[in-house]
Design a binder for this molecule. Sequence first.
Ligand code: ATP
Length: 372
Amino acid sequence: MNALHNLQTAAVSIRSVRKVYGDPDSGPVALKSVDLDIRDNEFFTLLGPSGCGKTTLLRMIAGFEFPTSGEIRLYGENIADRPPYARPVNTVFQHYALFPHMTIAENLAFGLESHPMGQRLGKAAVAERVREMLALVQMERFAERRPTQLSGGQQQRVALARALAPHPKVLLLDEPLSALDLKLRQAMREELKTIQGKTGITFIFVTHDQEEALTMSDRIAVLANGEVQQVGRPADIYEQPRNRFVADFIGETNFLPAQVAELADDQALFRIPGGHALRAQSRDGLRAGAEVTLSIRPERLRLVDADSPEATPCSLVEQIYLGTDLQYQVSLADGTRLRVRAPNSAGQSQRFAPGQRLGLQFDRDSASVLLD
Ligand code: ATP
């Protein structure tokens, strides 16, 4: 696909967007130069630590902030001159902001009637849309209640229904689950994903919670320091992190020093401490002999007897009981420490003793080379 085609078909296309608050020469830089294409009907997540610029990006799509330079297009149209209410976009905030003196149905109707996309609807059509939206979020029974008579999770569903009611093309969700307790958050994740699928609306979801991002998203953009670090499907981001930041931010990982031993097509062979070799996908710019860092997830390592074939010698430093899993820390001959995770199947916790000499096996395709 060429760049022009992308520009025309993306739901949201972000080109060289830079955002400096206040004085462009000396103010704080929230985003350096961001390029992103968010596809139609995609559940897309902006993921990153506090201060990385994800809310700033969302607010610029909504029209509450403006880029210092660069361009944002919605379905091919440059929206720079469109105020928030004239964009085919709606936002769900962390705080529900429902009117306490109105019933749930009135809150939805009011939201719809005051939105440009709902103004042309007659009373009957508004009432029908309100019913339809409350059904979508399974809140029909609560239509006549007031917000104070609902739990936090129920209020969040109403806020979601209200934002969906004008049928926006893009729904922006700014950490909408963070005020809910863990169990409710987990239940709402599944529901949000289902609602996105049913409505076909493009969802752009902001979170700092990697588990939330991995479980719900079609694709994720990982942001740090105002820059996009990686864009990909959850499995790509987890299995093939591009750099140290992404590998460390998403889940747990081990950093293993290695040397490039051989390069062949898209694969490379890496020599690791202890002399063994590991195969991994190559990267542009790798040279034979170069020192690199590999990322290997703890669950892709296995502890075996010291004399097992193809095992790298190690010794057990400690083991931690995690309930579903057991986590071991081992030390390689050169002192490199690695974490190993194994399912807590019967008897495993009894198997090893601190200081015991063991072997370490690496799952096939478990390593990824980090760029920096
Ligand atoms: P959080 O998860 O904490 O909300 P975030 O990733 O959403 O963080 P932003 O709110 O986009 O980050 O902020 C990015 C950077 O811009 C931060 O350094 C922040 O201090 C700064 N910033 C945000 N809003 C303003 C503002 N109105 N004026 C000045 N600086 C701002």
